[in-house]
Design a protein around this ligand. Structure first.
Ligand code: M6R
Length: 608
């Protein structure tokens, strides 16, 4: 989704804005622009396409001198990706420029009103109404104009606004769209997320909905929606710049795949001490836990698929029924939820609009919410009754890898913890599960080390138009995520099917040389899935099987094999997915795809 960034200080603003925008590229965008204020004048440069085009057009920012500015990467919602629709947008008198992340829902009526008042529009965007409203309300008081304009807006917005008459200050406004402030020495910043600022400062202030701020080089003043000054805590972030860079890997996705043993260790080890699961950040009373009669997991995309795997583990260990719902559906389903329902919300970014809406709907019905989130201070983390962070570090590639596997780990920790409290597992089972959990980083490292043939397999399979991922039960939940990984980065049509469903329709699609990726890591299901492999092979499919190395029978059946170590099926998804993340990565590489920034996708989906 769109990214915004702003700077004021003693240095030239444009290079800092361009650098910040490069760090936001991972969010997905189709055009970009910057505005720099200098000598009561606003200079603007905008391009369609990549930030590198903007660097070229501005000679790395040197053509726009000045110490204060705002920048934007645009991900199309209203109007085509053109230079004119790119932000920043300017007022008719040229005094104001605005960047915006979010959607102004009432922009049509505001547009008509502004046109009636003599304002003309350059772009088709919803954002342009904001800058004209500010011009309309400006009578020499920048702050007042920003407040009055904001009061008229409905929807979601993080805004950065500059004024040629007041070249020392930037105003930023937040409503239902992420916005953070960066505190420097003699320089201050704002951005959509930490990655844009971490090279300059680690001191961050999180703005809340309804708040706005005035940023000058020496000060940040925050106000509530009535314009009353408020004090906010400055947080020190622990990420360093290396964590947000590629560190020698060709792509962020590969780096993040390789980081999984470490990310899982970081998520798990503070919570596993002296042979016990400690969830200190989860203050659930025993009485409350016992009162839960249903768990609903909600999320989007990969996080939803993590929920499908989590369901198996939580249900089996805690003996509580678990329902997994797409957030974009749940909110419209009139869900049967009450105060005895625990809602588990999964989100890497913590900013996914559909997930937030589903969460609010369930909260209004009385459910308590447990958020499993990666980004500290994100909207979902703040809205939830309880939050467990997945300490995965910054995930930059649009395709999630370590975000997904660490979500699984937190669900496993929760399941083991709750099962013990609810007395649904014995002391020895509890001990055994903890030992198995502890071994996961090592097992994932083994998978990374024991499959040097995956790039070769990618060469064999990359030219297919279609692929099928099949599996049963726990394998099926992993197949869902494996197929999503393949399609989102390689653009190959990839579908996942519960293997038992093949006969009910899908098998009609299997033809000569059609790749079928068969997940066969759940020992109880091995025989049955192998029968399905026989069926698809009889119709000419090429089968690549993912199985544990003790499954010696597979060698004579499948065309190709990926081996993983044997793992308890209730904890196996993070081990099983890793080779399939690698397969998707190398297939996309063979097809020369833009792996970290796949077309049409955004990292953080902050609109419906
Ligand atoms: O930030 P979230 O976890 O809430 O994001 C949810 C989905 O948008 C996300 O998992 C998406 O499906 C990824 N591109 C998958 O790799």
């Amino acid at each position: 989704m769109c990214g915004i960034v702003g700077y004021t200080g003693t240095q030239d603003a444009a290079p800092i804005l361009l650098n910040g925008l490069k760090k936001l590229e991972y969010r997905g965008y189709d055009s970009a622009g910057i505005a720099v204020v200098n000598d009561n004048n606003i200079s603007i440069s905008k391009v369609t396409g990549r930030i590198s085009n903007l660097c070229e057009k501005t000679n790395d920012g040197q053509l726009l001198p000045g110490n204060l500015g705002i920048g934007h990467t645009r991900w199309v919602t209203h109007g085509a990706p053109t230079d004119t629709n790119a932000h920043p947008h300017t007022s008719n008198d040229g005094k104001f420029a605005v960047v915006h992340n979010g959607i102004i829902e009432n922009y049509m009526e505001l547009r008509e009103e502004l046109i009636d008042n003599g304002y003309h529009f350059e772009s088709q965007t919803d954002t342009e109404v904001v800058v004209h409203l500010i011009e309309m309300y400006y009578t020499g008081d920048f702050k007042l104009a920003v407040m009055k304009a904001s009061e008229r807006l409905q929807g979601s917005y993080a805004l950065g606004i500059v004024c040629a008459d007041e070249p020392e200050r930037i105003f930023v406004v937040r409503e239902a769209s992420p916005l953070i402030l960066g505190v420097g020495i003699g320089s201050n910043y704002f951005a959509s997320d930490v990655t844009a600022l971490v090279a300059y400062t680690k001191n961050i202030i999180y703005l809340e909905d309804g708040e706005f701020a005035e940023i000058t080089a020496d000060n940040i003043q925050i106000y509530d929606c009535a314009g009353k000054p408020i004090e906010k805590r400055t947080n020190r972030i622990t990420w360093d710049i290396q964590a947000a860079e590629r560190g020698g890997y060709e792509h962020f996705m590969l780096k993040e795949i390789m980081e999984q043993p470490r990310a899982i260790e970081a998520t798990m080890s503070p919570r596993l001490q002296n042979g016990e699961v400690h969830l200190d950040d989860l203050d659930l009373s025993d009485d409350y836990l016992k009162s839960i009669n249903k768990i609903v997991i909600t999320a989007c995309g990969s996080a939803y698929y993590a929920g499908c795997s989590g369901k198996n583990t939580i249900e089996k260990l805690c003996k509580i029924p678990v329902q997994v719902e797409l957030a974009s559906e749940l909110r419209y389903n009139e869900p049967l939820i009450d105060e005895h329902t625990l809602l588990i919300v999964l989100s890497q970014s913590g900013e996914t609009a559909d997930t937030i809406a589903a969460m609010k709907e369930c909260q209004s019905l009385g459910a308590k919410t447990l958020a499993i989130v990666n980004v500290v201070g994100s909207t979902i983390a703040k809205l939830a009754d309880y939050t467990l962070y997945t300490w995965a570090g910054p995930e930059i590639a649009v395709a999630t890898t370590k975000g997904y596997t660490t979500q699984l780990i937190v669900m496993y920790l929760f399941a083991i913890y709750a099962a013990k409290k609810l007395e649904k597992i014995s002391a020895s089972e509890y001990k055994e599960l903890i030992e198995e959990l502890k071994s996961l980083p090592k097992l994932i490292q083994q998978v990374l080390d024991m499959n040097p043939s995956i790039p070769e397999l990618a060469k064999k399979y990359h030219s297919s138009d279609s692929m099928f991922f099949i599996g049963r039960n726990t394998d099926y939940a992993v197949a869902l995520e494996a197929a999503l990984k393949m399609k989102e980065i390689s653009y190959i049509h990839a579908e996942s099917y519960a293997a038992g469903e093949l006969k009910h329709g899908t098998i009609a699609l299997i033809e000569e040389h059609c790749p079928v990726i068969a997940l066969c890591c759940n020992e109880k299901m091995t025989e049955k899935t192998m029968n399905n492999i026989v069926e698809v092979k009889a119709r000419g499919a090429e089968v690549l099987a993912v199985t544990f190395k003790e499954n010696t029978k597979m060698a004579s059946l499948a065309d190709d094999m990926i081996m993983i170590p044997k793992v308890n099926v209730l904890l196996g998804a993070p081990v099983e997915i890793v080779p399939l993340q690698l397969l998707a990565y190398y297939v996309a590489k063979e097809n020369n795809c833009d792996i970290d920034k796949p077309k049409n996708l955004a990292k953080s989906v902050t609109v419906e």
